[in-house]
Design a protein around this ligand. Sequence first.
Ligand SMILES: *Cc1c(COP(=O)(O)O)cnc(C)c1O
Length: 361
Amino acid sequence: MSRYFTAELAALEPYTPGEQPQNRQYIKLNTNESPYPPAPGVAGAVEQAAAKLALYSDPESGALVRAAAGWFGVQPGNILCGNGSDENLMLAIRAFCSKDRPLAFADVTYGFYPVWCQLFGIPQAVLPLKEDFTLDPADYYGLDQSRNVGAIVIANPNAPTGLALPAEALAEIARRNPDAVVIVDEAYVDFGGESCVPFVRRGDPANLMVVQTFSKSRSLAGGRLGLSLAPEALTADLKRVKYSMNPYNVNRMTEAAGIAALTDRAYFEQNCAAIRATRAQTTAALRRRGFTVLDSSANFVFARCPRLPGGELYRRLKDRGVLVRHFDAPRLADWLRITIGSPEQMQGLLKALDAVLPPQD
Ligand SMILES: *Cc1c(COP(=O)(O)O)cnc(C)c1O
């Protein structure tokens, strides 16, 4: 930190992204990317868009907004595009929380939520998950009064556990917090979660919004594209913040990639189905080896090895060319988050596991 860095942010602990190694070739199961390429139409669409790079992108991403409105069955006024869903989440937290309106979230969830709180000077209302990593919706009732929260953010399915709540449970949390906004982070919903988008379609509850990403189920992590789906009044609030930070937040090539991805429903569904099938096989194979594996609704599994500490297993796998995610955090140290890759990649994982694990008794 230089002596010029603002004292206000001296304690800021930035988000640590999963490793993106540039040297060695790994079986890369650490950042929940798709093992499958983007939809076949994406590359050509990006190339066409690149020819117009001298011109600014459409700040409204109008063509993409219309395509997404069609896909989700909502109005264009319900949608805001983001530079990754991280940007949509950040805009929402900036819009609805402040130094006297905390953000509520679980103790075990996406690690970026507390970082935005620190960056914007927003207090955190952290609510522990139960021992088995499930979330009790009742813990979230009335937080608008009891804790004066401005917003509640819940990843559903949750990360890194993969556990999901029914959509109705999220809607009930919103009804029980009429003076706060409930942000449902649906980064993994396409792999088996139940979406809250139908509530946005109805505009009821009026304080419920959804954030989705193209990074996981649409194979566009490197394109950086996310969406928020929210009642029009909330979307207008999000736009006020966006136009105060980065009006051209979605570049031309990414907008074109997003539209192309949304025109190929069959390809999308085929990939999601493949991930679900591979997830079932991987879960069973890990359980046969004595692992505890949570029932995942996402494109990863959260697993605990009975015979080695999480950090040790992570390192041994890495030495064998398999990269998974280990969180050196209080409740998570014994666990690994393993992305579901292609069947061949998962065979590679199992082979490495069998080489590094001590024999079962
Ligand atoms: C991956 C992920 C995101 C961010 O996705 P981007 O669209 O790539 O920014 C947001 N929330 C959760 C829970 C995620 O796992």
